[in-house]
Ligand binder design. Structure first.
Ligand code: MTE
Length: 326
């Protein structure tokens, strides 16, 4: 199928269809733990994921819950359902059990919520969610999410370009990277109390990656506010990188001069690099990245370079060895 540019998906069509749908519906020590971690290589199977075989695929036979059959990504692939997107999650602050996150996170307090934006900027700011939603027009964005573990979904986010926020705080000329931090609150997040991972969860982007039009801060899915398990109330979405870059429940965004060390780089530097660009030709040391399991689809499909966004982001990496900079 011919690829349609993401900007050609008309927001009105998306919005109307969505409305119809809504009506219906320590490095060495730590690396030994990675077997049970984000990089476990565990791909969805009937026991770990929304069952890919028992329920008809989207667009298949009629189901009790209306499915957004008219919504597709720019390759013509159907969206995953709200149920799939919110019942199979990675959010280690709560648990490493993907299907238990929603229940364990259901009482997570996400209001009031403040996001501090600072570091190497002229105009540091502290914003609450209201400020964010008022200041930055919220848009619909249908993106593929490809987890480093080998599963993927198509998700209709609501959010706004990170670039709009960064422009407001006016990065200084020596700001080269953006560093993001998730809330640290072990009282609310059992995983922060019970697991030895280095908390809070940290991620980073090069400034030009952060300014790219595809990079968004998401505040919703399917037109509703993000539920806790999806990273409420505000998370990053960088669709051409493995899912672990898309940090959830952000409280701090800093412009910095040096490449930030992300949580996964700290846990297992040989397996998780700073870039984490989706790339079928660069395998994870413990498994191939050539194919992926789209949740609710039978069989595996080929993984696309930059998760299918090469046209939009390939130029960011000209001259960079993608194998070395994994
Ligand atoms: N952000 C935080 N703070 N903690 C996490 O454990 N998991 C990451 C990413 N963001 C994670 C996180 C991983 S490994 C993936 S694949 C995506 O969130 C999953 O997002 P989803 O649960 O909304 O599908």
């Amino acid at each position: 199928m011919k690829k349609i540019h993401p900007s050609e998906i008309t927001p009105e069509h998306v919005y109307l269809s969505r409305r119809d749908f809504m009506k219906g519906a320590g490095a060495m020590a730590l690396s030994s733990l990675v077997v049970a971690a984000c990089g476990s290589g565990e791909t969805p199977s009937p026991s770990t994921s929304p069952d890919a075989t028992a329920v008809p695929t989207i667009g298949g036979s009629p189901q009790a819950t209306p499915q957004p059959t008219s919504l597709v990504d720019e390759y013509g692939d159907p969206l995953n359902s709200y149920e799939d997107i919110t019942s199979f999650n990675n959010f280690y602050e709560f648990t490493t059990n993907k299907t238990a996150v929603a229940e364990l996170a259901k009482d997570f307090t996400t209001s009031p919520w403040m996001v501090e934006v600072g570091g190497l900027v002229n105009q540091p700011a502290t914003l609450d969610l209201d400020d964010i939603q008022k200041r930055f027009p919220q848009e619909d964005r249908i993106y593929r999410l490809r987890c480093v573990e080998g599963w993927s979904m198509v998700i209709p986010w609501v959010g706004f370009p990170l670039a709009s926020l960064l422009e407001e705080v006016e990065p200084l000329s020596d700001a080269k990277y953006v560093r993001f931090e998730t809330l640290y609150d072990p009282d609310q997040m059992a995983g922060q109390r019970n697991s030895p991972y280095p908390w809070p969860y940290v991620e980073g982007l090069r400034l030009d990656e952060a300014m790219n039009g595809l990079t968004i801060l998401a505040t919703g899915i399917y037109g509703k506010g993000l539920p806790p398990q999806s990273g409420a109330p505000v998370r990053l979405v960088v669709p051409w990188k493995y899912g672990f870059k898309s940090i959830k429940s952000i409280v701090k965004i800093d412009l910095v001069a040096e490449e930030p060390t992300s949580t996964w780089m700290e846990i297992s530097p040989n397996e998780y690099g700073f870039y984490a660009n989706v790339n079928p030709d660069v395998d994870h040391p413990r498994w191939s990245q050539a194919t992926e399991q789209r949740v609710r689809e039978s069989g595996r499909r080929p993984t696309l370079l930059f998760n299918g966004y090469e046209e939009e982001v390939g130029n960011l990496y000209e001259g960079l060895d993608l194998r070395e900079n994994y």
